[in-house]
Design a protein around this ligand. Structure first.
Ligand SMILES: [Zn+2]
Ligand SMILES: [Zn+2]
Length: 265
């Protein structure tokens, strides 16, 4: 038996996100100063920090919505300016108030996750529709497909944006406080799905959260690294068996069965 197998495998992973000496200032105020950290393939990184620590700013710098004042961000080894494979990344920004008159339907918003940046129009075929169905089923919003997004509750809207981020089955999922405003039951199934996708589907995560119970419960008691007021909690998943299912909704079937049998009992 080779006891070093798992450790050796961990060291050969690609760095999916590389943040190298990144600073950002806004209106002459330093929001981030010389932040460096990396996310490796199959890591689950939980980012914790006080208000104003620059967590959301850091995520926006990583997905290219903001430009660093100093330093460099690389995705899958490529500098942001040359990175094009946006369909490998799902990003859910912090919940923001939507115009209640926003006319798109739930189905349209979820499907819009298929179009990468710079791809304005793409034919929607059977395969794409099936991906949309699967993502909506996984977030339990199939019944809402025809509703206008602006008519939904905050928690329902958030589930729509999660389904939108998941539709491409991304290799990297970046989440900014994804469960704020979501009821406890949905939170539980959402985290259940994240853990399953992390352990059995080679998905990598970078998540900002205030939910210390979830973070410590899954990622451990102490941060693996710190940068200024930012704390990075990390769990790497490698040894577990990979799952062959290729849809998202299956990851919840076990949990649903358990919950239903619990209700019956
Ligand atoms: Zn590994
Ligand atoms: Zn699976």
């Amino acid at each position: 038996m080779n006891p070093t197998g798992a450790v050796a495998a961990a060291s050969c992973h690609e760095e999916v996100v590389s943040v190298d000496g990144v600073s950002f200032s806004y209106q002459q105020k330093n929001v981030l100063t010389e932040v460096s950290f990396g996310v490796k393939e199959r890591d689950f990184v939980g980012l914790i920090g006080s208000n104003g620590a620059g967590k959301s700013t850091l995520l926006k710098l990583i997905v290219g919505l903001l430009k660093p004042t100093k330093g460099e961000v690389r995705l899958f080894g490529k500098p942001l300016s040359r990175f094009k494979e946006w369909d490998r990344i799902g990003y859910v920004p912090q919940k923001n108030a939507l115009n209640p008159l926003f006319p798109a339907t739930v189905h349209e918003v979820v499907m819009s996750g298929l179009y990468g940046r710079g791809m304005l129009f793409k034919r929607i075929g059977k395969q794409e529709l099936a991906k949309g169905q699967d993502a909506m089923r996984a977030m339990d919003i199939e019944d809402l497909a025809g509703k206008r997004i602006g008519q939904l509750s905050g928690g329902q809207q958030q589930r729509v944006f999660l389904a939108r981020a998941l539709i491409n089955n991304p290799s990297l999922l970046i989440l900014d406080e994804p469960t704020v405003g979501i009821d406890a039951e949905t939170q539980e199934s959402f985290f259940h799905m994240l853990r399953h996708m992390h352990q059995h589907h080679n998905m990598t995560f970078l998540m900002v959260s205030h939910d210390m119970e979830m973070i410590r419960g899954y990622l451990g008691q102490e941060p693996a690294s710190k940068a200024g007021k930012l704390n990075f909690y990390v769990r790497h998943s490698h040894e577990t068996q990979d799952c062959v299912e290729d849809n998202l909704a299956h990851s919840l079937s076990g949990l649903r069965q358990r919950m239903e049998s619990g209700k019956r009992g």
